[in-house]
Design a protein around this ligand. Sequence first.
Ligand code: PEP
Ligand code: MN
Length: 256
Amino acid sequence: MLKKTNKIIIAGPCAAESQEQVINSAKELKKRGIKIMRASLWKPRTNPGFDGVGERGISWLAEATKIGLIIASEVLFPEQVNQVIKAIAKKGDPRKILFWLGSRNQNHQIQRLISLRIKKEAPSQVKLLIKNQPWLDEDHWLGIVCHVLSSGISPNRVILCHRGFSPNGGENPHNMRNIPDYEMAMRVKKRTGLLMIIDPSHSGGSVPNVFKVVKESRKYNFDGMMVEVHPNPEKAKTDKKQQLNFSQFDRLLKIF
Ligand code: PEP
Ligand code: MN
């Protein structure tokens, strides 16, 4: 169970895989007082493989909005914003959506068009989360934010998420998937005036490292976290190694 906190917590599976997995996750999260569930419909991959259930999963997410959760998915193209809003409006609550721009989606023009689409088509409660790009470059990260805000979307609807930077063969004693630069995240938060959360899953890359990143990040002024939790991580179709099960998630909430 979650202690009283004003922090943003987004938790749930890396990807939506089945109706049962989405609904089980939604119920477990709700029991713990979590308000936002991630379960991405689309999954851009480093190597070809399972790339998400796509549109087929939208009705599962719509059902989760009826359980009371805000659902979160990455979108790669502006059309996907419309697909999600339209289908959720039919079967659920279209105010309860958070879209995110993933780290591999680094076409600034597309980032801007997705933001514009959300501004134009989504109810005002719908938020947009932006992850940093995979490579270490503060100017590029600030550039993404400028492109997104140039769409005219209200900064109140935009949240930043630090998921670390690729180790690129450099020193990596803890075998992190992506190495956080907490100081940079705090500078970007200050310069943009936007909320900044941490993603311990895609930076850590393993269950012990998820705990390590959360512990380290407590020294900084993050506004919350996005963490991967799966009802059965061994069976997950993506990111098996880093997804927590629900009892590990309970332990994480105690130290958050
Ligand atoms: C994700 O959050 O599912 C993801 C793929 O993360 P990233 O874009 O940070 O690699
Ligand atoms: Mn993932």
